[in-house]
Structure formats: structure tokens, C-alpha cells
Ligand binder design. Sequence first.
Ligand code: ZN
Length: 132
Amino acid sequence: MVEFCDGCWNRAANQMALADGATASPWPEPDGDDVTFLEPPTCVRCGRGIRICPTVYDRWVSLSTAELLAKDVPPRFRWRLTRLPGRRTSVIVDVLAVRVRAIAPLPGELVIPAHRMLCAMEQSEEGWDVDG
Ligand SMILES: [Zn+2]
């Protein structure tokens, strides 16, 4: 496995983030002592609910809160969530967002679309051409 120094790792991670559209701001970690309710995040552009998830390369992506069939989501917007066992406890799990790339999902499989796709739909008058 290739070892990166911090500078090289950051450059590589930023390139992956740009290619994937994983450019969301990190969602604050819940503070154990803070009992105030955290509002679910919403998109600043369209106001829809979003889910902000960390990626495997330490960048954050904003995803739709609902899954869609793979056939309705262009390949570059397809994501999946992977659950990892928590590092400190067996109860809490970390959820990582992973771009679906190597193996194309079946048309009827569910994927999580990047919010960018839905946001673009909102912005464009004709809507997103999901069949194209
Ligand atoms: Zn939006």
C-alpha cells in the first residue's frame, strides 16, 4: 500500500473530492455533553433536507435523504453508505459514503443520489433528464 505524506494525501484527497463532488462542509460531531437538538441539515441553495456524510478519504459529501433506483441516477451521482463498527464502542457505528464506481449496480438496485443531482433538477426549468 502506498504511504502518503500529509501534503500529498491532502492533494490526492482533494482531487478525489473534486471528481466526486464531495465538497460539503463537515457536519459537526455531536458533543456528548451538549443535549441541544441538532436541526437536520438543509441545502443552502434549494432548502431540501440533505444528509452530510464523510467519505473514505476524509472529505464530506451531501447526499439525498432518500434512495432512488440506480436507473434514475446518472452514474456520477451514485453513492452508497457503508457502516463501520465504532472504534471506541461496539454500539456507535461510523457511516461512510462510498461512490459507486467499479461495478455498475442493477437498474433496480437502490443507490443514494448526490444532492447535487436533485439540486440541479430544482435549478433547471426543464428538470433533470434522468433517461438520458
Ligand atoms: Zn440543493
